[in-house]
Design a protein around this ligand. Structure first.
Ligand SMILES: NC(=O)c1ccc[n+]([C@@H]2O[C@H](COP(=O)([O-])OP(=O)(O)OC[C@H]3O[C@@H](n4cnc5c(N)ncnc54)[C@H](OP(=O)(O)O)[C@@H]3O)[C@@H](O)[C@H]2O)c1
Length: 287
C-alpha cells in the first residue's frame, strides 16, 4: 500500500510511529501551540520537541486543543543533561510542562557526559518506561561507537537487574540528508530494526541550488523541500522538517502524491560529510 501521512512504522517497543514528523527546534515558545495546530490541520500526527527547545508546554497545549484523540498523536521529547538523576527528573518535568499522562518517545539528546552517566541516563529512561511515563526510548546524535557502548550497557543492566532491565532501543535520531547520508549509522540501525529519524531533512534550505536536486524539482513539479522530504521517506527514514510558516508547514506535508525511483534516491545521495547543525556524533566515549 502507498505511504500516506497517517502511515506508521512499528518500533522495537511495539508502538507505532508516524512516518512524517514535525520539528519545533527554534520555534518560539509563544508560537509553538499555533505551529503545532497548523501541523495537525495539515495532517501531521508526530511532533518532535526537546527539553532544550523550551516549548514542550506549547506542544502539549496543541495536543489537548486539537481535539484529536491522544493515542493518534506521537509526541517526542529529549533529555539534555546526561546522568541518571538529571534524566529521571527531566522525564517528570517534561510530563508536567506538557501536561500529558505519557510521552510517546524520549531520547537522550546527545552522547556527551561520559560512559557512567550515559549508562545511568539510559537506566532512568528504562525505569520511566516501566513506570508507564514513557512508551518508547532511544538516542540522538550517537555514532556507531556510542551505539555499540549502549548495547554493552543494556547487557550489563540485564545482568545486574534481570531480564528486561536493559530496555529496548527504538529510535536513533541524527542529522541526515543527501549531503550527510551516514551509511555506517543507518546500517547499524537497520541490522537491529532500530528506526532512524532524519533531522535537518531539508538542510535548512542551504542546498536548493544543487543540480541533482533541481533536476528532480523540474521533473516532479515539487519544491526542493518536498523532494528532500520524499528522499528521506523513500530511504525508509522518518524525516522531521521544521517550519513556523503556515504555508510551508502545509506544503512540507504534501509529499505523499509522488515518490522517487530507487535510482533517483541513489543519484541524489553524495559522499559528502557536510553537517549544517552541531555534530555530537564525533565526540569520543570519554567526552
Ligand atoms: N536531535 C538533535 O540534536 C536535533 C538537531 C537539530 C534538529 N532536530 C530536530 O529536527 C527538526 C528539523 O531540523 P531543523 O529545524 O534544524 O532543520 P530543517 O527542518 O532542515 O530546516 C528548517 C528551516 O528551513 C525553513 N523551511 C522550512 N520549510 C521550508 C520550505 N518549504 N522552503 C524553504 N524553507 C523552509 C524553516 O524556516 P521557517 O520556520 O521560517 O519556515 C527553518 O529555517 C528540528 O526542528 C528538531 O525537531 C534535532
Amino acid at each position: 500500500m502507498a505511504t500516506t501521512i497517517t502511515s506508521t512504522i512499528k518500533l522495537p517497543s511495539g508502538y507505532e510511529i508516524p512516518r512524517l514528523g514535525f520539528g519545533v527546534y527554534k520555534t518560539p515558545p509563544e508560537e509553538t501551540e499555533r505551529c503545532c495546530l497548523d501541523a495537525f490541520k495539515a495532517g501531521y500526527r508526530h511532533i518532535d520537541s526537546a527539553a532544550m527547545y523550551r516549548n514542550e508546554e506549547g506542544c502539549g497545549n496543541a495536543i489537548r486543543a486539537s481535539g484529536i484523540p491522544r493515542e493518534q498523536i506521537f509526541f517526542t521529547s529529549k533529555v539534555f543533561d546526561i546522568s541518571y538523576d538529571a534524566a529521571k527528573a527531566q522525564v517528570d518535568k517534561s510530563l508536567a510542562l506538557a501536561k500529558l499522562d505519557y510521552i510517546d518517545l524520549i531520547l537522550l539528546h546527545k552522547p556527551m557526559g561520559g560512559s557512567e552517566n550515559r549508562k545511568g541516563a539510559w537506566k532512568a529512561l528504562v525505569e520511566a518506561v516501566e513506570a508507564g511515563k514513557v512508551r518508547s526510548i532511544g538516542v540522538s546524535n550517537y555514532s556507531v561507537h556510542h551505539l555499540n557502548e549502549l548495547e554493552r550497557h543494556i547487557a550489563e543492566l540485564e545482568t545486574e537487574g534481570g531480564k528486561g532491565k536493559g530496555g529496548v532501543v527504538s529510535i536513533q535520531q541524527v542529522e541526515l540528508h543527501p549531503w550527510l547520508a551516514r551509511k555506517d549509522i543507518v546500517d547499524w540501525c537497520t541490522q537491529r530494526g532500530v528506526a532512524v529519524q532524519a533531522y535537518c531533512p531539508i538542510v535548512r534550505g542551504n542546498r536548493w541550488d544543487e543540480p541533482a536536486l533541481q533536476r528532480l524539482v523540474k521533473k516532479y513539479g515539487k519544491t526542493e523541500a518536498q523532494i528532500l522530504i520524499r528522499w528521506s521517506l523513500d530511504k525508509g527514514l522518518i524525516p522531521l522538517p521544521k517550519s513556523a510558516t503556515p504555508s510551508r508547514i502545509a506544503a512540507n506535508a504534501e509529499v505523499f502524491d509522488f515518490s522517487l525511483t530507487p535510482e533517483e534516491v541513489k543519484g541524489l545521495e553524495t559522499d559528502e560529510y557536510s553537517p549544517v547543525a552541531w555534530d555530537p556524533t564525533v565526540s569520543r566515549l570519554e567526552d
